[in-house]
Design a protein. Structure first.
Length: 84
């Protein structure tokens, strides 16, 4: 027996994924605009801010922790989906 009983269930699930992806892109655009505004206020370019993050070991460590947490969360989601 397949994971989806009907084509309708398959398309409903796909629609949810597309909506989540669309929302994620909108959130990223908002973050991008916020970062650009912050850079304007601080007088730095986005690349200069990126360079500051890379060269500051404490800040880089904090970002690595956030990236690891996001990766772990994504892996948990994939594992949960594969179980069901």
């Amino acid at each position: 027996m397949s994971e989806y009983e009907t084509m309708g269930e398959l398309f409903a699930d796909m629609e949810d994924d597309v909506m989540a992806l669309t929302l994620w892109h909108r959130v990223l655009k908002c973050i991008e605009r916020l970062l650009a505004a912050l850079c304007d206020v601080l007088g730095f370019s986005v690349s200069e801010i990126g360079q500051l993050i890379v060269t500051d070991s404490e800040m880089r460590n904090n970002f690595e922790i956030m990236v690891k947490a996001l990766e772990d969360r994504q892996q948990e989601k994939l594992t949960t989906v594969n179980i069901f």
